[in-house]
Design a protein around this ligand. Structure first.
Ligand SMILES: *Cc1c(COP(=O)(O)O)cnc(C)c1O
Length: 359
């Protein structure tokens, strides 16, 4: 029996996608082979990667002057690739510290240039998005980095910083494809695939063309965006199977009516859970209303023993991976695109019952 998996990543994939992949596992179309066995330079595979890119462009309305790159190394490799490729004029960059991922990006940035923390919410365990004032931004910065959705702490940017001519770079690992975004507001967007796009092993970069081609001299060939842009992500073997599953996920999104439909579903799911948390006398959300993520919902009871009991009973009942990140404690329900409304509804009903039984 399949469980409701609230993992922060790798996380649930739509059952339809898994079934389609399963049906095509040993033979893709009439190719006589699995996608896993195909040459990445074959005609069959060429059609798959092209279709993945064109679907992504369509679903996110990516403008013509942006490249889509299919890379490896996770979002974590981007923490280095970004400064190596973009810190090339003033050698300075601004970062907003809204969680552990943002901090890691900032620390890595500081290894290659002058990274500056513009604002931080660490004073309150990253439970909010700090107010940003563009007067504090460095107009000479080569880029301005944010982590758009903070997976561990459950916060998200509802308003983008006004960075003027400074390109805005966003880590969207845990929110990409969950809501409509205006790509033209960003210089670059990147995401590890394993939360909302597909299996681990694929990293997607969407980057404005004029930002490519000026990497620092020390940049390894494989870390240079130009290498991958010039070769349509085929400089070396791309993560072929993960790209294929991304294609299936994008078809699933298209078939339901696109990102707008998905966004409405995600808002309904999140509202159901937050509304319950806001009125519960046992479970409390850890994030302020104005910064709440639609994807990752941390909450606590305030009693560690009770948290433990709840997590154990959840697991038994088929609600798995609901334990919070060790830096926050308590619980975290990650409700990505593939989590159905029924899954959140079942969890809320289970929480109501638990609260009743443990008064
Ligand atoms: C998961 C995550 C990462 C790390 O991704 P890897 O692909 O494991 O390197 C970075 N940033 C955010 C926002 C994440 O959610």
């Amino acid at each position: 029996m399949r469980v409701y998996n609230f993992s922060a990543g790798p996380s649930m994939l739509p059952l339809e996608v898994l079934e389609k992949a399963s049906n095509e596992m040993t033979e893709y179309g009439t190719s006589g082979q699995s996608v896993m066995e195909m040459s990445h330079r074959s005609k069959e595979y060429g059609a798959i990667i092209e279709s993945a890119e064109s679907l992504l462009r369509k679903v996110l309305s990516i403008p013509e002057n942006y490249k889509v790159l299919f890379l490896q190394g996770g979002a974590s490799s981007q923490f280095a690739m970004i400064p190596l490729n973009l810190m090339n004029k003033s050698g300075k960059a601004d970062y907003v510290i809204t969680g552990q991922w943002a901090k890691k990006a900032y620390k890595e940035g500081a290894r290659y240039g002058k990274a500056r923390a513009v604002a931080s919410s660490e004073d309150k365990t990253f439970s909010y998005i700090p107010t940003l004032n563009s007067a504090d931004f460095d107009p000479e910065a080569d880029y301005f980095h944010i982590c758009y959705n903070n997976t561990i702490y459950g916060t998200k940017f509802y308003e983008l910083p006004e960075t003027g001519n400074v390109p805005l770079v966003a880590d969207m690992s845990s929110s990409i494809l969950s809501e409509e975004i205006d790509v033209s507001k960003f210089g670059m967007i990147y995401a590890g695939a394993q939360k909302n796009m597909g299996p681990a092993g694929l990293t997607v970069v969407i980057i404005r063309e004029d930002l490519i081609g000026n990497a620092q001299e020390i940049t390894p060939t494989m870390f240079n965006y130009q290498t991958h842009a010039d070769n349509d992500s085929m400089f070396n073997t791309p993560p072929t199977y993960a790209i294929y599953v991304l294609k299936l996920v994008l078809e699933w999104i298209e078939n339901m009516g696109g990102i707008k439909v998905l966004e409405e579903k995600n808002k309904k799911k999140a509202a159901l859970l937050y509304d319950f948390l806001d009125q519960s006398s046992m479970f409390k959300p850890t994030v302020e209303g104005a910064s709440r993520s639609l994807m990752n919902v941390p909450f606590i009871t305030g009693d560690e023993e009770l948290d433990k009991k709840f997590i154990a009973e959840c697991t038994k009942a088929g609600f798995v991976n609901i334990k919070g990140h060790r830096s926050v404690g308590g619980m975290r329900a990650s409700i990505y695109n593939a989590m159905p409304y029924e899954g959140v509804e079942a969890l809320v009903n289970f929480m109501k019952k638990f609260e009743e039984e443990n008064k």
